[in-house]
Design a binder for this molecule. Structure first.
Ligand code: OOB
Length: 531
């Protein structure tokens, strides 16, 4: 196992292998085998490209050889920050085949996040688009001083990706039990944590997700959310669709004007959205001139999807709603196609695997009776046992016997589905985009006019939540505009920048003894909603 990653205990690993969850297969080998069965079928569509499985397989070989020639070695970490372009699949499979480890940054990440990922992983390379959504990623690469910058598009002084692919070479290929890739944690701490996922575990979650979602070679998955996010990558997402021999269609944007024509043209059967986007689609669908009748399943996840909205998906879009409650650390819950309407509308589904262990506990880690709200703990064949290079944080984020503390408050229905009732972690879920309160607070504390800061979630009808920063100023309080400009200047991703700023003279006292940041945030949030 890659140093800095936490392996499963030997007995658990042996069980997952014996039960057939871990099959000793790598992503590179999987693509080869799917390509041998479905060589002529379309694997990937995006921009001007339409690649068959044979073509994607060949491109992955050439990418692996070229990246190796560039100096990328097996187990090297490579920060990949690509939008929804077909090269995403080519580069990722090239790295996976080589045994190098893609670290999946989101297109929205900026200097603060990218600098941290590059440093923390000692990345050997950084793969970017030239420009995306009006932003020049080459300028960012320059700012962070990344080495081995590879650019899809106009490379300027960097390496153009177009010149990377090389004659395929014989490669030993990685060990299936080793780390394949790194996902990012939504996080609750000052710096985002990295999630090492192995070939064995991630491939299992992709394969099982594809089965649950009924994907076949005749299916077409529209990747509308950022491909790098765990939902769009693996639930079943791009990788799950490819394990099933299905077609992946990359949408450059998730808006109806871009996605609806693609659904019609490519006869898309399944896609996944976060709740605010699902609402936008529900509003746009009745008036569209595009034929959406191929759509069989609309997955919604990343944040709680209100039952009232979920109930409208069938009548308005003419497809089934599937709720997805997952996390980059592992556990993914799905409602199943064909589940009764009330399950699909009002629950967040049940785990992928019979081997997923789920506990619902009180504040002292004691199991609560079924139907009672409690903290969700989980371990299983595709849930990590620790974050990368974070031994100290791991002692808090996992129980001694290896359960991941999700920070989610859930209740279990009599038929075994989970309902998400809230959150105990210091995180804001802004329409599916996760923001760690502490991370933003740390940046705010660097402002000369800020004595103290606390960042909390405020309810929002569209996004579910927005962020509000309470500030104790030094002298005149900074304006919202000044705070936003300051945080942008520190290179923080836009979605983490507070929507509101509320200056206060002092923070409320939260009772006896030592004031915890969590209690403080709760008191501030309570004050906000009663105001
Ligand atoms: C997905 O992954 P992450 O890592 O961005 O965020 C995980 C957290 C969960 O712990 C939970 O707090 C929240 O996002 N969440 C939901 C939810 N889906 C995720 N809360 C309520 N209802 C839902 N349906 O967000 C993710 C990963 C894989 C598949 C789907 C989503």
């Amino acid at each position: 196992m890659l140093p800095g990653a936490v392996p499963w205990p030997a007995d658990a690993a042996a069980h997952y292998r014996a039960a057939g969850y871990w099959r000793g297969e790598t992503f590179g080998a999987l693509l080869r085998s799917v390509a041998s069965r479905h060589a002529g079928r379309t694997a990937v569509v995006g921009g001007d490209h339409r690649w068959t499985y044979a073509e994607l397989d060949r491109r992955a070989d050439r990418a692996a050889a070229g990246l190796r020639a560039l100096g990328v070695a097996p187990r090297d970490r490579v920060v990949v920050q690509l939008p929804n372009v077909p090269e995403f699949a080519e580069v990722v499979f090239g790295l996976l085949r080589l045994g190098a480890i893609p670290v999946f940054a989101l297109p929205a990440h900026r200097r603060a996040e990218i600098g941290h990922f590059l440093d923390h992983t000692e990345a050997a390379a950084y793969v970017i688009p030239d420009r995306h959504a009006g932003f020049d990623h080459r300028a960012l690469a320059r700012e962070v001083g990344a080495r081995n910058v590879v650019v899809v598009g106009d490379a300027e002084e960097f390496v153009p990706y177009a010149e990377v692919p090389a004659e395929p070479v014989e490669l030993p290929g990685p060990d299936p039990s080793d780390v394949a890739l790194m996902q990012l944690s939504g996080g609750t701490t000052g710096t985002p944590k990295l999630i090492p996922r192995t070939h064995d575990d991630y491939l299992y979650s992709c394969r099982a997700s594809a089965e649950i979602c009924g994907l076949t070679p005749g299916s077409a998955y529209l990747c509308a959310l950022p491909a790098a996010h765990n939902f769009a990558l693996s639930s079943p997402g791009v990788l799950g669709a490819l394990t099933a021999g299905a077609k992946v269609v990359f949408a450059p944007l998730p808006s109806p004007d871009v996605a609806f024509p693609l659904i019609e043209r490519e006869r898309v059967t399944i896609t996944g959205l976060v709740p605010p986007l699902a609402l936008v689609w529900l509003a746009a669908a009745p008036a569209t001139r595009h034929d959406l009748s191929s759509l069989e399943v609309l997955q919604v996840g990343g944040a709680k999807f209100a039952a009232e909205a979920a109930a409208r998906v069938g009548p308005v879009l003419g497809c089934e709603v599937q709720q997805v409650f997952g996390m980059a650390e592992g556990l993914v819950n799905y409602t199943r196609p064909g589940d009764p309407e009330d399950v699909r509308v009002a629950t967040q589904g049940r785990p992928i695997s019979p081997a997923d262990e789920v506990r619902v506990v009180d504040d002292d880690d004691r199991d609560v009776p079924s139907g009672t709200v409690g903290h969700l703990l989980t371990r299983g064949p595709y849930t990590i046992r620790g974050y990368y290079r974070s031994p100290e944080h791991n002692t808090r984020a996992f129980t001694a016997d290896g359960y991941y503390r999700t920070g989610d408050l859930v209740r279990r229905t009599p038929d075994g589905n989970l309902v998400v009732e809230g959150r105990a972690k210091d995180q804001i879920n802004r329409g599916g985009e996760k923001i760690a309160a502490e991370e933003v607070e740390n940046h705010l504390l660097a402002h000369p006019a800020v004595h103290d800061a606390a960042v909390v979630a405020v309810p929002d009808p569209v996004l579910g939540e927005r962020t509000c920063a309470f500030l104790v100023p030094v002298g005149d309080p900074p304006t919202l505009a000044a705070v936003r400009a300051f945080l942008r200047g520190r290179g923080l991703a836009d979605y983490k920048i507070p929507d509101r700023v509320v200056p206060v003279a002092v923070f409320p006292s939260t009772g006896v003894g030592k004031t915890s940041r969590r209690d403080l945030r709760a008191a501030l949030r309570a004050g906000l909603t009663t105001r």
